[in-house]
Design a protein around this ligand. Sequence first.
Ligand SMILES: [Fe+2]
Ligand SMILES: [Fe+2]
Length: 303
Amino acid sequence: MLHRYSYQAALAASEIIHWRVEDIIGGEKRLDFTKPFMPEALAHTESLTFFTKDERRILNQIRGNAYLCIFGLVEEFILPFIVDHARPQLQGNDYRVRALLQFAGEEAKHIHLFKRFRQEFEAGFGTPCQVIGPPDAIARAILAHDPLGVAITTLQIEWMVQNHYVDSIKDDQDLDPQFKSLLKHHWIEEVQHAKLDTLMVESLAVNRSEEEIMRGVEEYLEIGGYLDGALQQQVEFDLNAFEHATGRALNETEKEDFRRVQLRANRWTYLGSGMTHEKVLETLESLTPKARQRVESISPAFC
Ligand SMILES: [Fe+2]
Ligand SMILES: [Fe+2]
């Protein structure tokens, strides 16, 4: 074990963070639609050079709305998964019980936060943007997999949030301050979740043979494949939303460029940036070096 995470330390860290959904959005706190919502490292709109500056900003905001939706829906499978994981062991380690329930409570708050931002987006953007879903159907499909595969998926998502904020959001001064505030407040609580996920993955793997661990890893990759299909659908939705919002009909060459650039951007945002995160790879390696090697053999397709 390379890390020194503990339920007690994760709980203590989360107890000193206090923010409410109402502190971040609503009233005077409005989205500014003259600014981008997503950092370029995730949005990848600049290489679509046949778009005007305004069109790139509109696509950036469409990607911001999809980010709200996709994080909202992955958290809808994480919440029941954490509750189910905690439920059989409510009599055990008190710090463990409290840390996991705090984790679940924070995810419920994040789901609410993402929904509130989506309401603000819909009220201010002007034209509809379709998103993948519904969240409960996606949650059911993911939760039907081996719990170890689901736990590794959750681990990847929470470390991915660290990568997004630290590497490309924190120092970006051009983003809409309200959207940036959402990303910052989410990141602050996800740090603890990523550590708790590490402990959860270890506890689910502890009595497994190498073969059984690798079965969980294969199911994690299956979930990734399922999400990749959903991302391909989201790119089509974003293309339609862009044409609707701008009134510009793209020709076939432009559509192909859009799909190529945006599928790569979506794959990096939601899959590659988590699959290649060193903390995810360290945890996989601690289960068995084969787990790390297997994921590293697949991840270049999502980068
Ligand atoms: Fe979250
Ligand atoms: Fe989380």
